[in-house]
Design a protein around this ligand. Structure first.
Ligand code: SAM
Length: 321
């Protein structure tokens, strides 16, 4: 197992099925080419081979299927059951929920237990202003379908001052009512946000989130697993929520995440543009492929920040959020 001087190793893989997305969220990408895939995306078979090799070469234990929008990709139906059959402790999905109704049979048949669903507002008019596409009603219907099927949900919300600052408590109450854990993701200074001066104005940090919640509820910090990205809080009698506090309380020193972008590039860190193309490795014999991947793992682990996320020009949509 390859471990760095901070004791970090890769355990969690984010697998981006496609760079295409049916949304173009205000804080993620400019509208225009949202449905465009990356040039030379890996096939489902290549992705499966990559995950099998990464389990052996890096000790990957958990895979989260993401994108782009993973439910948009034809690879989703083929890959999900295959991944469920691998020796992993967990396979989960991150989706914007717009296509859940279309994919519910595949999801249920696969036996997947955990899905994170991104939802930034409960305001139906504001919804397409943020996502540039889709609608709230469809997402809410998707949440109902997944809960009826017994899938454990978390909702991810990115608070952005000019877009959804009024939704901090309404979304929490929506999640409490449905037994869902809400996770506020602090806005990251990534992608095209980095080339504008919007970030500082738009950022809403953990302190401000907790202040808004504290006006309505008593909360207390609660346990989170060692390599969890979220700081977790409990509101007695109501439920639990988390804050992914990239800026306020960075978790780089215990980060175990590795990302495989849909074009076959591995990223060891969201805050580093370095990537490692593994497509040529996938057609090698098993032992040559494992040796080559282990060299890549050393380099990718070296890409991680030691202390704090400082952002980069990489875009979540392309490298897998
Ligand atoms: N399409 C799927 C979805 O919407 O969940 C998966 C991919 S999306 C890139 C994953 C997550 O990244 C979403 O929750 C999105 O809100 C978040 N995200 C994108 N850009 C971000 C940024 N600059 N800061 C924080 N979160 C971001």
């Amino acid at each position: 197992m390859i471990v760095d001087s901070l004791g970090r190793r890769f355990r969690n893989l984010r697998l981006s099925l496609t760079a295409a997305c049916n949304y173009a969220c205000e804080y993620c990408v400019p509208d225009g080419k949202r449905l465009q895939t990356a040039a030379h995306e890996l096939s489902a078979a290549e992705m499966l081979r990559a995950v099998e090799l990464l389990i052996e070469a890096a000790g990957i234990e958990k895979v989260r299927i993401t994108g782009g929008e993973p439910l948009l990709s034809p690879k989703f139906d083929e890959l999900l059951p295959e991944l469920m059959g691998l020796p992993l402790t967990d396979v989960a999905i991150t989706t914007n929920g717009q296509l859940v109704a279309r994919k519910i049979d595949t999801i249920v048949r696969s036996g997947v237990k955990r899905i994170n669903l991104s939802l930034d507002t409960l305001d139906a008019e504001r919804f397409p202003v943020i996502a540039k596409s889709g609608d709230l009603e469809t997402v809410l219907h998707g949440i109902d379908l997944l809960q009826e099927a017994g899938v454990r949900l978390k909702v991810n919300m990115v608070p952005v001052r000019s877009l959804n600052a009024d939704q901090l408590v309404p979304l929490l109450e929506f999640c409490f009512e449905r037994g869902i854990e809400l996770r506020y993701i602090e806005l990251m200074n990534m992608g095209y946000l980095r080339s504008s001066n919007r970030y500082v104005h738009e950022f809403i940090g953990m302190e401000e989130i907790l202040h808004a919640i504290g006006e309505r509820y008593e909360y207390a910090r609660t346990d989170a697993p060692y390599d969890s990205t979220a700081v977790r809080f409990e509101v007695p009698g109501e439920g639990v929520f988390g804050i992914i506090a990239n800026e306020s309380e960075p978790f780089c020193s215990s980060c175990t995440r590795l990302r495989l972008a849909s074009n076959g590039h591995l990223y060891g860190c969201l805050s580093n543009t370095s990537s490692h193309a593994i497509a040529p490795i996938l057609s090698m014999s098993q032992h040559l492929a494992l040796a080559a991947l282990q060299r890549v793992m050393v380099a990718a682990l070296g890409d991680k920040q030691d202390l704090a996320f400082h952002g980069e020009t990489t875009v979540m949509k392309f490298i897998g959020g």
